[in-house]
Design a binder for this molecule. Structure first.
Ligand SMILES: CC/C=C\C/C=C\C/C=C\C/C=C\C/C=C\C/C=C\CCC(=O)N[C@@H](Cc1ccccc1)C(=O)O
Ligand SMILES: [Zn+2]
Ligand SMILES: [Zn+2]
Length: 476
């Protein structure tokens, strides 16, 4: 039987029920984590004091994790944490859970409560990192702590990698290189990414879970224009600022091609089709006919638009030295998110054609192609374990479908260890909470956090149930 068959729908051995005292302790632990301002400000600007404090903090709130003989803890790159949980059956290939402890900055303005207060209000814990991604750091360790307290001994080994610089596209490479040097090959990885989506699609009342099996690529491109400086009282016809502004405006006004139909989205929509009322169900079931119509509707909304094309975001613009000096140089940075059906090279060609001005220089600051698509078939262990656990923890969610992650995750640094990378947060997300990620008023309900712990508690146990033999068995 495949992994999607009944044989693997076994209930967890230890019930995922937590006492009142445990539930209070778990939410207090998360609040304390939010209180530590582990902010990544910029490429070399991290709050090392807070990161060190965070390391001490997890030791104090998860004592059993740190004292269990079969859990090895290592600090990597000063502030990242790698846990190796040695399972009892070395014939089972290990897997890895990822999360990151750093957060983006959060100025106080606009927040209902101070962003690093971790205050509980109306059933929600408020603060930076409650959705991205201290919730996952804490929920993974909390679930392990609770399993260990119940004397659970995993069969399948697993790693927990907690990065400290994901928000500055940082150093997960160190953990990845270390594991590679140790000869580790993983059955799969689970990282942050997509969610159970609620309210993103008009007419679709029911929530649906999207497990991201790939993520978009990214290009940070600097455009630069140099012109001769001079006195502003006698300006030339065009300045570096004017030339550059026109170029970036052309880019903003010329969206990259709509790639609907060449990617996963079509598959996702077909899986969702029967959840919609008439006539949308018929339209989505017949994309061979209605594809062009559907793709036009999808691109109207700025969030779903990101699912059908490479996006173009003008994120930085610098020019000028003085009010009365013709600027010698103007620079702009554009952040592209590359659709999985395109490559970095193809996008750069399109960009050059759109700018079409040889006074504009191109400097690629960083570029990464879209990630390979991980398997989501009946034999795909990681995907099926996620699906099985979603079905058990969120029985009201009828649809679990593979999809694309529009952001980038630390998991892209681990492609040397596995071809099966899944990006999924066991949380509901609506458009408002989506905006709070990297925005203001980020918060998680106490209940949602308890459910995230429950999900991981069950997931670890599900990974220990009998599975089909996995090729390339590896001992830790
Ligand atoms: C049929 C329709 C199917 C699905 C969907 C409808 C809507 C999609 C809605 C929402 C998308 C859901 C979740 C996405 C949320 C967040 C993105 C996920 C992870 C991103 C993590 C992140 O922010 N990473 C940074 C990494 C980075 C840091 C510094 C410099 C470069 C990169 C990033 O991507 O910016
Ligand atoms: Zn994140
Ligand atoms: Zn983030």
């Amino acid at each position: 039987k495949g992994l999607g068959g009944q044989k693997h729908q076994r209930a967890s051995q230890i019930p995922s029920e937590f006492s009142q005292g445990e539930r209070v302790a778990m939410k207090e632990a998360l609040k304390g984590a939010i209180h530590i301002p582990t902010v990544s400000f910029g490429p070399k600007e991290i709050n090392t004091t807070a990161l060190a404090e965070f390391g001490e903090y997890i030791r104090s709130v998860f004592p059993t994790v740190f004292k269990t003989s079969f859990v090895q803890h290592e600090v990597i790159g000063e502030y990242s944490h790698l846990f190796t949980v040695q399972g009892s059956d070395p014939s089972l290939q290990p897997y890895m859970l990822l999360a990151h402890s750093d957060v983006v900055p959060a100025p106080d303005e606009g927040w209902e409560v101070p962003p690093f207060s971790g205050l509980e209000h109306d059933g929600f814990i408020h603060g930076r990192g409650t959705l991205d991604n201290k919730n996952s750091v804490m929920a993974i360790l909390q679930a392990l702590e609770l399993l260990l307290l119940r004397n659970y001994i995993p069969r399948r080994s697993f790693f927990i990698a907690l990065g400290h610089d994901e928000e500055i596209s940082g150093g997960a490479q160190k953990i990845s290189a270390l594991l590679q040097a140790r000869g580790v090959q993983l059955a799969f990885i689970v990282d942050e990414g997509n969610f159970i989506l609620d309210g993103f699609i008009p007419n679709l009342k029911k929530p649906f879970a999207i497990i991201a099996v790939t993520e978009k690529g990214a290009i940070n491109l600097m455009l630069q224009v140099n012109t001769t400086p001079g006195h502003s009282s006698a300006p030339p016809k065009e300045t570096s600022i004017g030339i550059l502004a026109a170029a970036v405006s052309r880019l903003e006004q010329t969206p990259m091609p709509n790639m609907f139909g060449s990617g996963l989205l079509k598959m996702t929509l077909q899986e969702l089709a029967h959840e919609f009322p008439f006539p949308t169900n018929i339209i989505l079931s017949n994309l061979w006919l209605f594809g062009p119509l559907v793709s036009r509707l999808i691109e109207r909304n700025y969030i779903t638009n990101a699912l059908v094309r490479t996006t173009t975001a003008l994120t930085m613009f610098n020019a000028g030295v003085k009010v009365n000096v013709i600027p010698p140089v103007a620079q702009a940075i554009i952040n592209f998110r590359v659709d999985p059906a395109q490559t970095v090279q193809e996008v750069l060609e399109l960009v050059k054609n759109i700018v079409a001005d040889n006074r504009v220089q191109f400097h690629v600051l960083s570029a990464i192609d879209p990630l390979p698509v991980s398997p989501s078939d009946h034999q795909a262990l990681g995907y099926q374990l996620l699906r099985q656990t979603i079905r058990s923890v969120f029985p009201e969610v009828n649809i679990v479908a593979p999809g694309v992650c529009i952001g980038n995750t630390d998991s892209r640094h681990y492609t040397n260890l596995t071809t099966s990378i899944y990006r999924f947060n066991p949380l509901y997300l609506n458009p408002q909470s989506f905006q709070s990620i990297h925005g203001i008023n980020e918060k998680i309900s106490v209940r949602a956090y308890e459910t995230q712990v429950k999900f991981i508690f069950e997931f670890i146990q599900n990974a220990d149930t009998d599975q089909e033999p996995v090729p390339h068995l590896h001992e830790l």
